[in-house]
Design a protein around this ligand. Structure first.
Ligand code: NAD
Length: 359
């Protein structure tokens, strides 16, 4: 295997050529065009990054990747083989990047730690209110000429107890909105925030949060410690009819355990923007008819578990869109360009992702 890492003597952006993977129409103006203008010779690629597609980056020395791109060991090695020295993630999470492999191959990994925490927090509240006030059911009724009210009773947000797991940038924005609605906000985080406490957030231990909250919203990263944080044992501790919101990462929830809890009404409503197995489906239009799927009544690669969730009246699933505001897209592009310019200079890096032991 070739060692990819090369230091640039030039400090000019022109020394960097980026392959922008998972390019989609929504990001052309705000992200792809600014990147191509800043780094001439770069290219946008509409395919997902994986071991099979990594070779398309040949001729470039950096890749720009998104949340569901596959950056496992074999992809990283393949990228290093074709001369890639930097993986610039255009998102905050990096749970799909094999950092050991990147470190071994001398590939720098950067990310965008903050862009618009408001966008993500606001979406989490939108999910909660949509479920509580049954906006989808009510709107579908009106569309069909049914103007009855039975089955649409919600609850006042005022005075309810909201439990936030994680009070970083996004959790704190969510706390501020829930406090504005008159909710009591309790939180669990190993690093309590003074800013959150000043807003009136009360820190409790994990078990108390599960027992006391009427709404639980997840705002922590996915890692070995937090994987399946919501599972059949932790669900048992929750209040009956709890509303569960997850806009962080799908793997925080054991999906099958949550489906059982929805069946038994232990969980009253579920709002998710992220799904444990989303890499196989999200960001693709699988509904279109293709040669392999002619006249199909089911989308390609139909995911029964996702289908079982998405068709429930007390579940709302959105396809990882919480970040998707114009402000967030521009901010992500600006930081990614800064990260790539630092790569052009050979560092130092503002937003490098280091191996935990080296961090
Ligand atoms: P952040 O780093 O500012 O905050 C994360 C917080 O979680 C920190 O305060 C940390 O101490 C806490 N934490 C870590 N482990 C914990 C644990 N075991 N229990 C409780 N708290 C724990 O991150 P952020 O910007 O607030 O983002 C949070 C997550 O949101 C990201 O990791 C990412 O996965 C997700 N996210 C999703 C979208 C989307 O579009 N759906 C967009 C951006 C970020």
């Amino acid at each position: 295997m070739k060692r990819a890492w090369r230091r640039f003597s030039s400090s000019s952006s022109s020394s960097v050529r980026v392959a922008v993977f998972s390019q989609r129409a929504y990001m052309m103006k705000t992200q792809v065009e600014p990147m191509l203008a800043e780094f001439p010779g770069s290219r946008g690629l509409p395919v997902r990054l994986s071991r099979e597609t990594a070779g398309l980056a040949e001729g470039c020395n950096a890749v720009c990747a998104f949340v569901n791109d596959d950056l496992s060991e074999s992809t990283v090695e393949r990228l290093a083989d074709v001369g890639i020295g930097c993986i610039a993630m255009r998102c905050a999470g990096y749970d799909r990047v094999d950092l050991e492999a990147a470190n071994r191959c001398g590939v720098i990994v950067t990310r965008v730690p903050a862009y618009s925490p408001y966008a993500v927090a606001e979406h989490s509240i939108a999910l909660c209110l949509t479920l509580n006030r049954q906006l989808i059911k009510a709107s579908e009724r009106v569309r069909g000429g049914n103007y009855t009210l039975s089955g649409l009773v919600g609850f006042d947000m005022f005075g309810k107890t909201v439990g936030l797991i994680g009070t970083g940038k996004i959790g704190r924005c969510a706390a501020s909105i829930y406090r504005g609605m008159g909710c009591k906000v309790i939180a669990f985080d190993s690093r309590p925030s003074k800013e959150a406490m000043a807003m009136g957030v009360e820190y409790v231990d994990f078990v108390d949060l599960l027992k006391e909250s009427q709404i639980i919203s997840l705002h922590c990263p996915l890692n070995e410690e937090t994987k399946h944080l919501v599972n059949k044992n932790t669900i048992k501790l929750m209040r009956d009819n709890v509303v569960l919101i997850n806009v962080s990462r799908g793997g925080l929830i054991n999906t099958l355990d949550v489906i059982d809890a929805l069946d038994s009404r232990k969980i009253g409503a579920l709002g998710i923007d992220v799904y444990e197995y989303e890499a196989n489906t999200f960001f693709e239009d699988l509904s279109v008819e293709t040669d392999e799927n002619p006249g199909a009544s089911l989308p390609r690669g139909w995911d029964k578990t996702l289908g079982s969730l998405a068709t429930r009246p007390n579940v709302v699933v959105t396809p990882h869109v919480a970040f998707l505001t114009a402000e967030a897209l521009s901010s992500i592009a600006q930081t990614t360009i800064l990260n790539l310019k630092e790569f052009a200079r050979g560092g130092p890096y503002t937003n490098q992702v280091l191996l935990p032991k080296a961090a």
